[in-house]
Design a protein around this ligand. Structure first.
Ligand code: SAM
Length: 267
């Protein structure tokens, strides 16, 4: 079975199927879904995680890009319980998550090539998401959870931590998949947090600011934010213009974004 899965796996779809029952159980247990939950699984593949989710009785939306996997997913889950299971045969990066409901619980052993862009896409609909449990490369999880001053701290850390609490749950070694990926993986829990989000006065301004600030990591904030913040404003805001982008805390980015939004009159 494992060899068949490895042979059928498509590299371009980032297919590394989970075959370690203990890891699958640990993921399903960490999600702990119930009949009241609206779960959206991205990339169900052959249904390794899907079976546990399905058994919990939750409402289940499956988003799978590979059409060759669709018949099996339909037969195993959707046709058995069409009132609470559906399948979207589409690239998850093009799905409008805002139309899938509210209080969504997003789940997935994500194909590595879409992990980061997908998280940014989910951030656009963060108000409709209850929580996210995803497996990603460990390196990406480290970036999401990094603290200021750490070399992994960057745009992904600031944008996710500005709106959500993050908790890396457990590491998963390459042997738990077939075919085995080249890198370590990690499951992370991300919980959007309303009290964090309401501090952000203009999300677009914060997004632009963070993108510009980390535009060139080795450059100073003064260089990266030329034309956006003057030297006098750095002084007024008590931020060192010679500092590097990774030295500012998430709170400072939020305050700076709010300041810029007020100056531009966008709030
Ligand atoms: N959930 C299964 C498991 O744990 O064994 C499969 C995980 S595999 C790492 C990633 C899955 O995502 C594959 O089924 C792949 O076909 C699917 N996939 C790849 N790119 C996708 C995309 N852009 N949108 C939706 N699904 C995608």
């Amino acid at each position: 079975m494992s060899r068949q899965l490895a042979q059928s796996a498509r590299k371009r779809f980032g297919q590394n199927f989970l075959v370690d029952g203990r890891v699958i159980d640990a993921i399903v247990a960490s999600i702990n879904s119930s009949p009241n939950d609206s779960v959206v699984e991205i990339g169900p593949g052959h249904g390794a995680i899907t079976s546990g989710l399905y058994s919990s009785g939750c409402d289940l939306t499956l988003i799978e890009l590979d059409r060759d996997l669709v018949p099996n997913l339909l037969a195993s889950f959707v046709s058995k319980s069409p009132n609470r299971c559906r399948l979207i045969n589409q690239d998850a990066l093009t799905v409008d998550f805002g139309r899938l409901g509210t209080q969504l619980r997003i789940v997935g052993n994500l194909p590595y090539n879409i992990g980061t862009p997908l998280l940014f896409r989910l951030l656009e609909n963060v108000g409709q998401i209850k929580d996210i449990h995803v497996m990603l490369q460990k390196e990406v999880v480290n970036r999401i959870a990094a603290a200021p001053g750490n070399s992994a701290y960057g745009r992904l850390s600031v944008m996710i931590q500005a709106t959500s609490s993050v908790k890396p749950l457990f590491d998963v070694s390459p042997e738990s998949f077939t075919p085995a990926p080249k890198v370590e993986s990690c499951v992370i829990r991300i919980i959007p947090n309303m009290s964090k989000r309401i501090r952000i006065q203009c999300m677009d301004t914060l997004t632009d600011l963070v993108r510009q600030s980390f535009g060139q990591r080795r450059k100073t904030l003064r260089n990266n934010l030329k034309g956006i913040i003057s030297l006098e404003e750095f002084d007024y805001l008590e931020i060192n213009p010679q500092g590097r982008p990774e030295q500012l805390s998430v709170d400072t980015y939020i305050e700076l974004g709010n300041y810029i939004a007020r100056q531009r009159g966008t709030v």
